[in-house]
Design a protein. Structure first.
Length: 247
């Protein structure tokens, strides 16, 4: 029996992109969930007009991590086998959804708990040049995760991922903002989950997209990420130096 696959899109004020992205996603996955994180630009109303999708509305904006948490909870509650998450800003490639999902349950190997998209694992013809400060932060976090846990990630912040749904109850998502991936990786190490990367093109359509408030300053954003990482390592009792092989 083929695994049940759900593709989830966390969205916030994406009225310009959401219909077009959903039209593309629908070509490659039948089951679609949109988590509307308190949009105020007409996204919420537009989603209510679109047939054949599941929608969760947050009454107020809570953050990117909150959208992923709702997607995790829905996938578990509804008994899916694979959850694919994809951003709604047009920077990911829906045609890769089936291949990424299939990587979770390979025919000749044990299942992978997390198949994480990487924009830096391979070079594609359509690649963009990433904003310098975003690339630098990504590299520094990758290095920290490698140093502490042996996680040989090349892209720790890519939102395009596939998860084995049975592994999702391992996560307790309390970091609701953009630092949620740091909490996620520490908890993945804590529970010994199997992780692999999957190459995806590097596409930036809106390089000036805001992180919100002080986080638009790269120095403050990096300090925030480091504080979340430090706090989560302490909470999970996973000190730097734990070490593990991500394969």
């Amino acid at each position: 029996m083929s695994p049940r696959i759900l593709t989830a899109l966390p969205v916030y004020n994406e009225v310009k992109h959401v219909r077009g992205v959903l039209d593309e996603v629908r070509q490659f996955c039948e089951e679609i969930l949109v988590v509307d994180d308190g949009s105020t630009d007409g996204t919420s109303e537009l989603l209510n007009e679109i047939d054949s999708i599941h929608v969760i509305h947050h009454q107020q904006n809570q953050g990117y991590g909150a959208g992923l948490r709702s997607a995790f909870e829905y996938a578990v509650a509804e008994g899916y086998d694979v959850l694919v998450t994809i951003d709604c800003d047009g920077q990911h490639q829906p045609e890769l959804i089936p291949q990424m999902a299939s990587e979770v349950f390979p025919q000749d190997d044990e299942p992978w708990d997390i198949v994480s998209g990487s924009r830096y694992l391979e070079v594609f013809d359509e690649n963009s040049i990433p904003p310098i400060e975003r690339r630098e932060i990504n590299v520094k976090i990758n290095e920290k995760l490698s140093e502490c846990f042996g996680l040989e990630l090349t892209d720790s912040f890519c939102g395009f991922k596939a998860y084995r749904v049975a592994s999702l109850p391992s996560f307790e998502v309390t970091e609701l903002g953009y630092a949620m991936p740091l909490q996620f990786w520490v908890q993945a190490v804590r529970h010994g989950l199997r992780i692999k990367e999957f190459p995806v093109p590097l596409v930036y359509l809106e390089e000036e997209r805001s992180f919100g408030g002080s986080l638009d300053d790269s120095g403050q954003r990096m300090a925030y990420y480091q504080e979340v990482l430090k706090r989560e390592m302490k909470a999970q009792n996973v000190p730097c130096g734990t070490g593990r092989d991500s394969s």
